[in-house]
Design a protein around this ligand. Structure first.
Ligand code: DAV
Length: 393
């Protein structure tokens, strides 16, 4: 690793962080987590604390295989520090009996241009997760003097940061009308965004407004990224767009809902997968129309998630590009593999379902440090600073 730089999700990968499963805990049913648990009835299936020992062994085996694959493709792999997350924490306003872990670097670290941005997290159990990345960020800064490090405002996560009576998923009617009105479990009383809600499309960044990112968080990103920085290869201000998916009853993180597959070239539009269960708000589709086709993601192979996983079967879409035409996909996801191959992609199959309970699939378990490529404008029809703020129905 000699350079820190990223502008897309798909350009040729040179260096990446791969998470560590050690001491990963099931979090307490705190407000930011409770709303993500499937239903009141299934809450009991998520006991708080460490997982069975075999879970860590199985996850590490799959991660070791992923690391072998990445290394084979010439990608330099870095890791967060292994820390003991099975400890209670407190601030003046709340306590949490355990933390979460450093399995999912995508949720907290994102490199935009040459800026290593560390996001504040939306749940209390993840408040101190940054600790695992400070050594690694220090190494990045030393290796690339032109890179820089920004820690976003740390949300306080006090009670007023959450809607305390957020309806359980079973109360789907109430929940869907709230989600349609963009009333999420997080309020606007704090600045909240998680890095996994950001998708990089060159000059344009799409940020998902939902449970894990609020409008204040999107506004912070917009202000932070709105000036050019020629030394950092950033020629123009980024355009930061707020987007949402009104049918998703558990709107967290972009990468199991809306995922770029192919970049546009001179002859053809690019391709984005969108889960058919969670379609992009209709009024937002025109932004993409000239440069990308939005296709229904292939049906996931599974209707349920592995034991103790709080994620949905749409982790089938949570893939990782090695370069614009090579992508890592979970080896049981046959529909997705077949469809990607029909689009001319080279698919690298890796088993990964044991990792799901640690927080996600390949995209979640990694965070790109260096992808080749510059700040390309894929949305030329937008004016210099035209951004999507709050979408209407
Ligand atoms: O669909 O359960 C998982 C994303 C985790 N980063 C889902 C979202």
């Amino acid at each position: 690793m000699s350079t820190i730089s990223c502008f897309t999700e798909w350009d040729k990968l040179e260096a990446i962080i791969v998470g560590v499963p050690d001491y990963n805990c099931q979090p307490d049913h705190e407000p930011g987590v409770k709303a993500k648990i499937f239903s009141a009835a299934s809450a009991k299936d998520f006991p708080v604390g460490l997982r069975p020992p075999g879970a860590y062994v199985a996850a590490q085996r799959e991660l070791d295989n992923l690391i072998r694959v990445l290394t084979f493709y010439g990608v330099k792999v870095e890791h967060p520090e292994v820390l003991d997350w099975n400890q209670g924490i407190s601030t003046p306003w709340w306590t949490a009996p355990v933390m979460h872990g450093a399995s999912c670097p995508r949720d907290i670290i994102t490199v935009i241009g040459k800026d290593i941005i560390e996001s504040g997290m939306s749940s209390r159990c993840r408040f101190f997760e940054y600790a695992a990345y400070r050594g690694l960020i220090g190494r990045c800064l030393e290796l690339d003097p032109a890179s820089r490090w920004t820690a976003a405002p740390k949300p306080v996560l006090w009670d007023k940061a959450y809607r305390s009576d957020y309806p359980w998923k079973e109360d789907s009617e109430k929940r869907s009308s709230m989600i349609e009105r963009k009333e999420f479990v997080t309020t606007e009383e704090d600045v909240i965004f998680e890095a996994a809600d950001i998708m990089k499309f060159g000059r344009d960044l799409f940020v998902r407004h939902g449970f894990t990112t609020n409008l204040k968080g999107i506004d912070w990103l917009r202000r932070h990224l709105s000036w050019p920085n020629a030394d950092a290869g950033v020629d123009a201000p980024f355009r930061v767009h707020a987007i949402d998916f009104p049918n998703d009853l558990c709107p967290l993180h972009m990468d199991a809902t809306f995922f770029p597959i192919k970049a546009p070239d001179n002859e053809r539009k690019g391709v984005i997968y969108n889960s058919p269960a969670r379609r992009l708000r209709e009024s937002l589709k025109p932004i993409f129309r000239d440069s990308f086709d939005i296709l229904d993601a292939p049906q996931a192979q599974w209707t349920d998630s592995p034991p103790r996983s709080m994620c949905s079967p749409w982790l089938s879409m949570n893939m990782l590009h090695i370069d614009p035409s090579t992508i890592i996909v979970e080896s049981t996801e046959k529909n997705t593999i077949k469809h990607l191959e029909s689009l001319g992609m080279k698919v690298v199959q890796c088993p990964f379902r044991s990792c799901y309970e640690m927080g996600g699939s390949f995209h979640c378990h990694t965070s790109d440090l260096h992808r080749q490529g510059m700040q390309v404008d894929y949305f030329k029809h937008l004016t210099t600073t035209q951004v999507t703020r709050e979408s209407s129905a």
